[in-house]
Every structure is written in C-alpha cells, then in structure tokens.
Design a protein around this ligand. Structure first.
Ligand SMILES: *Cc1c(COP(=O)(O)O)cnc(C)c1O
Length: 229
C-alpha cells in the first residue's frame, strides 16, 4: 500500500516537484517500505523521534552494511526549540521550519561551533489562526537583507502552510500570499537566488492546489502512511 502510493505520487508529480514523505508518528518499518519504492526524502517534526529513527538506521547499517538505505535524507519540519539543536542538526539535510530569528541565531551559533553549514527554509505565517509561529513577511525580508551575517546558514527558500479549512478559496488566498513573499524574496535578494529556490507548500489534502501555485516540494504524510496513531 505504502509502495503503491509512493509510485503513484512520483508518477503524478511534475519533475520540478520533490516528494517529501512525512513519516512522523509512523514506525521505521513504514520508512523502509517507502524507501523500497524509491522514496529518499523523509521528514520528521519531533527531535526525539527523528533521533530515534536515525539511531535505528545506524544499528541496521552496523548489521547489514554501511550501504543499507543509502541516499536517505532527513528533513525537519516541526517547531524546533533551541535546546534541541544537537538532536537534529547533525542529521538533517534541510530544516524547513525556521520560524523565529532566535532559532535562526541559535542555528548559526551551532553551525559555527560545529563547522557545518545548515540549509534552511524560512517559515512565514499567512494562515489566519496560526499567528504564534512563523515570520511576518517583513521579518523575512529583514533577515534576508542581512543574510551575509549568517555564514553558517544557507537560505534555500520558504516553507508555508495554508489555513486548516475545507474552504478552497481560503487555501488559495494563503498559497497566493506565500507565493508573492517567495517571489519578492527572489527579486529583492537576487544574490541569494541561486540557493533560494525551494518553495515548500502542499500536504496530503492540498498538494494539487499547491503545485498550481508553484510548489517545488510537497510534504505528504497521511496520504502515504495512513492516519497517524
Ligand atoms: C504533519 C505535517 C505535514 C504532513 O501532513 P499530512 O496532512 O499528513 O500530509 C506536512 N507539513 C508539516 C509541517 C507537518 O507538520
């Protein structure tokens, strides 16, 4: 079942759109199954759970050889507390959910101390009710204006979420707002544009719409793995 859906999604998605399989709350076996269908990018939203899965893979590699499940990549997509960075940053190829300047500064400090440049997406908030996390659009521009101060951060684009609603017009308005922030970033900060080319929008319920707004990366969980337990 997992395999069939991964095959189907890969057939359906345009070549410009990467599939990120959101494996949070699902066991490692589910990741193995998706991997066997060719899936390589997996996303987790809790540091503890990410670390447990990374460790599980290390154990399996010790048993079965270093090449076991080679090429797998982990993304982080949840709220990241600054005291949890060491559980996440050594293992991920992208932190999609940078939602505050405080977090960004902590990642920069960790990167400098550990000699690792961390690729990130900034998360603006546009959805009506979720005003607690994420940047206002102006804050995104202010950060990119001083991006050269963040020499251990690679700004790779934006991640966004639409309002949780069945009303398609609201979802469209949110995606359009995110799209215009993304376009503004690329226009205003053209020195970044070579790196700044990911626009991560779209989940199980709204990914076709997200693609019509130019998504380069869809984050799909329940459609692949089933409802979370
Ligand atoms: C859980 C989650 C997803 C996946 O949601 P589904 O509706 O299960 O596809 C995508 N993005 C973020 C940030 C999430 O937390």
């Amino acid at each position: 079942m997992i395999k069939e859906i991964v095959y189907r999604l890969n057939k359906e998605l345009p070549a410009t759109v990467k599939l990120v399989a959101v494996s949070k709350f699902h066991p490692f076996e589910a990741i193995q199954e998706a991997y066997e269908a060719g899936q390589r990018i997996f996303a987790e939203s809790r540091p503890q759970e990410l670390l447990a899965k990374v460790k599980r893979l290390e154990e399996l590699r010790a048993e079965r050889g270093e090449d076991y499940m080679s090429g797998i990549q982990w993304h982080f997509i949840g709220h990241l507390q600054t005291n949890k960075l060491k559980m996440v940053l050594p293992y991920v190829s992208l932190v999609q959910s940078v939602d505050s300047e405080r977090l960004l500064n902590a990642i920069q400090t960790w990167g400098a101390a550990n000699g690792k440049v961390i690729p990130v997406l900034l998360e603006p908030h546009v959805a009506a009710e979720e005003t607690k996390q994420g940047f206002a659009p102006e804050e995104v521009y202010e950060i990119l204006q001083k991006s050269s101060e963040y020499d251990y951060i690679r700004f790779c684009g934006l991640m966004g979420m639409a309002t949780f609603t069945d009303d398609e017009s609201v979802v469209r308005a949110d995606f359009a707002a995110l799209r215009s922030i993304y376009d503004n970033c690329r226009e205003r900060f053209d020195s970044l544009a070579a790196d700044f080319n990911e626009f991560s929008i779209g989940m199980s319920d709204d990914y076709p719409l997200a693609i019509s707004y130019g998504s380069t990366m869809v984050r799909i969980g329940s459609m692949i793995f089933g409802e979370r337990g």
